[in-house]
Design a protein around this ligand. Structure first.
Ligand SMILES: [Zn+2]
Length: 270
């Protein structure tokens, strides 16, 4: 599943080919994504220049002169640039053709992604209640500490809550808790301010490193398969249940927290 670093890598890969370009037409082969693609998308977008491609949480905001295309990659979606008119294969549901002769092609085998149109994207119902971006100053350990007071839920689902901070998926939550030495089962309210400050620093460090690694795959967005570098990061905890801890050698344990597999080292994480 594309996580925040893959979505940011996608944004960086496609933005230079879209910004300043005029859309010549939009071809929708299958509207049935998580929500139906608006029937008038071609009418609304064609003839408009794309001003900027932004990201909010895991949503890409392709902003035209009037209105914004909100795109989400869902479980299996990807966006890449192809020559306009290139015959589409199965699952290649949308082409946004540009005057440059390229087309932004959306592929999504499982169709859990989204392509929606909005005149006010930041106030769209999908975006309006999202917490701060993890790599901005609006997110820090103090925010985690304050929001966690009185919360008896486990710390791992707490940091994965989009209202607390966006973009901390299972991989990054697992890895950040390992790096901060915090047991993912601990009650959110039981963790000190100093430990939350450490945790926020690790969340930022790990996400930033993943985005940096994704940067090495940017050339794949034109002509390639549009798949940014998933799982290229060295993983200390995620997916390593029953394996020896890379730091102390203790057998890593796996538990379910908020329906998600959570691996931790019983010695390194308290
Ligand atoms: Zn360990």
């Amino acid at each position: 599943m594309p996580e925040l670093p893959e979505v940011e890598t996608t944004r960086r890969g496609i933005a230079p080919h879209l910004e300043g370009q005029r859309v010549s037409r939009v071809i929708v082969r299958d509207r049935r994504l998580r929500w139906p693609i608006p029937e008038d998308l071609d009418v609304r977008l064609s003839g408009q220049k794309i001003v900027i491609v932004e990201r909010r949480a895991k949503y890409l905001l392709i902003q035209a002169e009037v209105g914004t295309l909100i795109s989400h990659l869902g479980m299996s979606g990807n966006l890449r640039l192809v020559e306009a008119g290139l015959p589409a294969l199965k699952h290649e549901h949308v082409d946004i053709e540009l005057e440059s002769g390229l087309a932004l092609r959306y592929t999504d085998p499982r169709r859990f992604g989204a392509m929606l149109w909005s005149l006010d994207p930041h106030n769209h119902e999908l975006l309006v209640r999202l917490g701060p971006e993890p790599l901005t100053d609006l997110f820090d350990g103090l925010r985690l500490f304050e929001l966690s007071r009185g919360r008896s839920m486990a710390v791992k689902p707490f940091i994965m809550d989009n209202a607390v901070v966006v973009g901390v998926g299972n991989i990054y939550a697992t890895e950040a808790l390992f790096a901060a030495g915090i047991d993912p089962r601990r009650e959110a309210k039981s963790i000190s301010k100093a430990r939350y400050i450490k945790l926020a620093v690790e969340i930022k460090r790990i996400l930033a490193a993943a985005i940096e690694r994704g940067g090495t795959t940017l050339r794949d967005f034109i002509g390639g398969d549009g798949q940014p570098g998933y799982f290229q990061q060295e993983l200390f905890a995620y997916g390593r249940g029953e394996e020896p801890c890379k730091v102390c050698g203790t057998t890593m344990r796996e538990v379910k927290l908020g329906q998600r597999a959570s691996v931790y080292c019983p010695k390194c994480q308290k």
